[in-house]
Design a protein around this ligand. Structure first.
Ligand code: GLA
Length: 384
């Protein structure tokens, strides 16, 4: 990302310059809504993210400039404030400060400006990029990097839970902090064990198509999580030792079916199906069987659309178009309700697919969808 505008705005606002830190957004190949169910996910960091310029100001005051925000881009809060700020973007930074303090870090006042190139509301987790960028910077500045990377990811997640109203899992913050160039990461969200998988499928590309339907996660996301927790509670009562859907199987779920609403049942069923799909994709990747990977991506999409009900007509249309074009795999990515589809497409088909998808989508919805080629990049870091 070119940091010239950020640096100029920082200098204009604060009269000096600071250090630069960067954290990326993420993609996820497969394993959607499995993270808060103790399952596996398969994300990677992207080369787009949030850059923060920052320096200590020696007070208890935090002075923030959101370079990309038009309305109310400047805000201050005190580290002694107990109420979160009224402005949504500032809650992420307030939350990160508070969560670091809870873990014993003596955060001091600072001046910061930030700017990003990860599209907001596109399902690429710009919010995790923001949290991770600040968590990483403040940990470096005020704790000499003492807080480990797992804890930094958990700080971002706790910020979402406690200050932003989203009961998310750990995937986005984990991918943002732990990302590695050219690699996807298989993460077991129960044990937090992870493994890097070099991902450079010969003859294929990963491409995102943005429906431009902006989503922000909140009530509907939390409702999905609550459905899973209801199913878990019933199975735990009946069978014992069911802490998350990771501990359950289809027979157990069917045994409590009559005590669940149809929505809750289908959501829990989707998660159990997805759990199996992620493992099948791991095997397929090891064998280089990208056609099978793609088939599982389609299955995930229809599960997300019909059972988990987090898709939208625009994403369904893009996935159908991909299928018609013979694209290897396609599905809605991230929390859902809009954002991007992720597509695994043979290089020889790429141009034909992109032009058909953009043309037909524009004709149907009156909006030209954005296309982002995926480059898998490194995680949180200080820039030189
Ligand atoms: C959002 C959340 C993640 C995860 C995905 C769905 O991105 O932040 O924790 O649950 O949705 O897989």
């Amino acid at each position: 990302m070119d940091t010239t505008i950020l640096r100029n705005r920082f200098r204009k606002q604060f009269g000096t310059s600071g250090d630069l830190y960067f954290s990326p957004g993420r993609i996820n190949l497969i394993g959607e809504h499995t993270d808060y169910n103790g399952g596996f996910v398969f994300p990677g960091a992207v080369d787009k993210g949030i850059t923060v310029e920052i320096y200590r100001n020696g007070t208890r005051q935090v002075k923030l400039l959101a370079v990309d925000v038009e309305k109310d881009p400047y805000l201050e809060f005190s580290l002694d404030d107990t109420q979160k700020p009224d402005i949504h973007w500032a809650c992420y930074i307030f939350g990160v400060c508070k969560e670091l303090e809870k873990r014993g870090v003596k955060v001091g006042g600072f001046n910061a400006a930030f700017s990003g190139d990860v599209p907001k509301g596109a399902g690429m987790s710009s919010s995790a990029a923001l949290e991770s960028a600040f968590a990483f910077a403040l940990n470096t500045m005020f704790a000499d990097g003492r807080v480990d990377k797992f804890e930094l990811a958990k700080i971002g997640q706790a910020t979402e839970h406690n200050y932003c109203g989203v009961k998310c899992g750990i995937m986005d913050q984990f991918a943002s902090v732990f990302g590695r160039e050219g690699c996807l990461i298989r993460l077991d969200c129960r044990s937090l064990e992870y493994e890097y998988f070099p991902f450079d499928p010969d003859g294929y590309k990963l491409v995102l198509i943005d429906t431009c339907v902006k989503h922000s996660l909140g009530t509907e996301y939390n409702e999905r999580r609550a459905s899973c927790e209801k199913a878990v509670a019933l199975m735990n009562e009946q069978f014992g030792r069911v802490d998350t859907l990771r501990d359950a199987n289809h027979q157990m779920l069917d045994a409590v079916k009559n005590d669940l609403t149809d929505d809750d049942y289908r959501r829990a069923k989707y998660v159990l199906d997805e759990k199996d799909r992620v493992l099948a994709v791991c095997d397929a990747l090891e064998k280089g069987d990208y056609e099978l990977v793609g088939q599982k991506m389609y299955e995930t999409h229809w599960g997300l659309s019909h059972d988990y009900t987090v898709s939208c007509p625009e994403a369904d249309f893009l996935v159908e178009t991909a299928q018609e074009c013979g694209v290897t795999g396609s599905r809605i990515m991230g929390g859902g309700f809009g954002g991007c589809t992720i597509n695994l497409v043979r290089e020889t088909l790429y141009d034909k697919f992109i032009s058909k998808a953009t043309r037909e989508y524009s004709r149907k919805f009156g909006v030209i969808p954005k296309v982002y080629d995926v480059t898998i990049g490194d995680g949180s870091r200080k820039l030189q």
